[in-house]
Each structure stands twice: as C-alpha cells, then as structure tokens.
Ligand binder design. Sequence first.
Ligand code: SAM
Length: 278
Amino acid sequence: KAAPMAPDSPDPAPEFDTSQPTIARVYDALLGGKDNFAADREGAATYLKYVPDAGRCAIENREALIKGVQYLVRTAGIDQFLDIGSGLPTQKNTHQAAQEINPDAKVVYVDKDPIVLAHGRALLATNNSTIVVTADLSKPQEILDNKEITTHLDFTRPIALMIVGIHMHFHDDEQPDEWVRTIMDQLVPGSYLFITDFVDTGEPLQKAMEQAGLESLGNGWIRTPERITEHFLGLPLVPPGLDFLARWFPEDPDGDVPEVEELQPYQRILMAGIAKKG
Ligand code: SAM
C-alpha cells in the first residue's frame, strides 16, 4: 500500500494497493502521466510489447473524447455530463473540453478507482461545475441514487452519459448493456449516449491489444462492430455512426476523412459513436 499522491487533498485520501496494476493508472502511464506505480508501468510495458503504438491509441481515444464532447456542447447543446470511467485527469478531459465552449457546463466524473477521487479533490477546489464520485457502473442504481450526483445534475433536463474507453472491454458478460440501460432509462428525451470501445474486425493488432489486456489486467476484450452497436440499446446513432476514432467526426460527418485502408493498424483498434435518446 502507498500513501495517497494528492498532498493538497483536504481530506485523508484512501490508501491504494499499488502491487496490482489498475487500468486507470496503466492508461495514465500510456498517456505519459505521473500518477502510476511500478506495477502499472509494467502493465503499460505489456501493452507496448504487444502493441508498440498503444500510447498513440490512448491519445487518439482521448482526442475522440474531446471531439465527442465538443459535438455534444456545440452542436447538440448539451450542458450536463455524466462521465463514467473517467480515469485520471492526465490530459485534457471532459470538463475542460466542455467548459471552454460553455463555462457553465456541469460535469460529474464517476470512476470505481479511488485514486481518481483523490485527484479530483484538488480539482474540486477550483471548479464548482465539476465533481468527482467513486462508484461502479455495475451498480447503476447507486449512481442514480447518489445525492451528490442528483444535486449536481438536473435530471429533468438532457444529460450526456459517457462510457468512453471502459464499456464492454473491461467487462466480459452481457450485463453492461443492462447497467447502461438502467441509467439511460432515467434520462429525459434529448439525452445522449457516447461510447468508445475496442473493436474486432479480424485484424491481428486488435487481437494483440486484447492479449495485452488479458495478460496485464485480466480483461480488455474486443467486440465486433455489430456487438458494439448493441451497446447503444437501439437508440439512433448521430452521423457518421460508429467508426474508427481517426475517421469519426460527428461535427463534420461529410468532411474529408481518411479511407479505412489509409489508417494505420493501430488506428483500427477503437471505434466511437454517439446515440440520441428521442
Ligand atoms: N474515459 C477516460 C478516457 O477515455 O480517456 C478514461 C478511460 S480509462 C482507459 C478506463 C477507466 O474506467 C479507468 O479509470 C477505470 O477505473 C474505469 N472503470 C472501469 N470499469 C469501471 C466500472 N465498472 N465503473 C466505473 N469505472 C470503471
């Protein structure tokens, strides 16, 4: 166990088991952050062994997150975000992307890894529009009943639910769709669901990414585009639909995007999509 890493935290932060890697900290290591321990750096090294461009995948995933949030604020007019599996604030994250367009946009970060909350406390001190909560997507009712969340967000108005970089690939059964459905059922029409996920279109590097996850973290499965589409619960996807991150521009679906065969293999590992609840 190690002491918490947020010395300016107002409350005593939880202790962390640093002997095992966690995806929040491995992802941080891949993004070049400093909030990780030896086991996490070993986990990141395993990813890099199988997928030398794994760090670029992480960066492209964060770039897709920013593109999606910009679309949701600028084009869809969303000003409330429930970002589950938010990860560490290593790089530009949801609240920065949203609030630089609409300074009043409200963001709730939810992550099951308590290290995210420890870092969030420092964030809270300077940003009244953003809160961080420790909770698990697999207990969706606890998220819906959480008073901090229901006070911060107005559930009578549209909310964007973000499940970016966490949905199926860290969960190996059919249940994640039900968890997401439980939350989407409580959001009013005009709300959105934004997902990025590891994809399986039969390419060796996609399989290598899965192998790296299974070896380092014990999860990280890949799914076919058809299966990822099911995660959107039948809600209609906004253009351009589900696509590889580097080709996915929800604000400019007819723009000059690269052909699939022009993408590098590492750029064909993750897909993104946004659906609207009518
Ligand atoms: N969403 C960020 C992004 O895309 O840049 C961070 C993604 S990071 C790869 C995945 C995060 O999801 C980790 O911080 C992990 O702790 C969190 N996570 C995984 N399963 C979760 C669950 N069931 N409930 C809440 N958080 C979860």
